[in-house]
Design a protein. Structure first.
Length: 179
């Protein structure tokens, strides 16, 4: 049996980082977390783009439809500022929204900062891809992935994606036991 290499999109949505005004720390933080957590073969497909809704939508469609990413993790653009449009772009391209991801991420983040209620993270499904919006702060990225990732491999199973196996010493994926 050959194991399929999962493709995982990592998208940083930031005007300033996309212009080179500061270093993208969010995308590398996601990649580093995934490198520790996943033991099954996977390859990153990274993008760094400005907070422009049509461009974010186009990249999300490209990663799901053309690059065949089973998971797309975004960072940035989830706050209340005028240019924060990542959740709107995600909702525009998804067939099904998965609001439990955002609810859990905000709940976990509230343990660290009272402003977590300002975050609008969400998740949704496009075809055989799960899109998850994370905050832009690298420390919050790890907190949120630690909270939601146990459900991600099973969600990807349910939508017909490749089998993602995690290192249980880092994060234990939940899959129901067969009866």
């Amino acid at each position: 049996m050959t194991v399929q290499t999962a493709r995982i999109g990592i998208v940083t949505v930031s005007d300033r980082a996309s212009r080179g005004e500061y270093e993208d720390l969010g995308g590398p933080a996601i990649r580093a977390w995934l490198e520790k957590a996943l033991v099954s073969p996977w390859e990153p497909v990274a993008r760094l783009i400005p907070d422009e809704q049509p461009q974010v939508e186009a990249v999300l469609r490209e990663l799901c439809d053309e690059e065949h990413c089973c998971l797309v993790v975004t960072t940035g653009g989830t706050g209340p500022a005028v240019r924060d449009i990542t959740p709107e772009a995600t909702e525009a391209v998804c067939e099904k929204m998965m609001p439990g991801f955002g609810e859990l991420m905000r709940s976990v983040s509230l343990q660290f900062v009272p402003t977590a209620i300002l975050s609008r993270q969400t998740a949704g499904i496009r075809g055989q891809g799960l899109i998850v919006n994370l905050p832009g702060k690298p420390a919050a990225i790890a907190d949120c992935l630690n909270a939601v990732f146990p459900a991600i491999p099973y969600c990807i199973d349910l939508i017909g994606g490749p089998f993602l196996e995690t290192d249980p010493e880092v994060i234990k994926a939940f899959r129901p036991k067969a009866k």
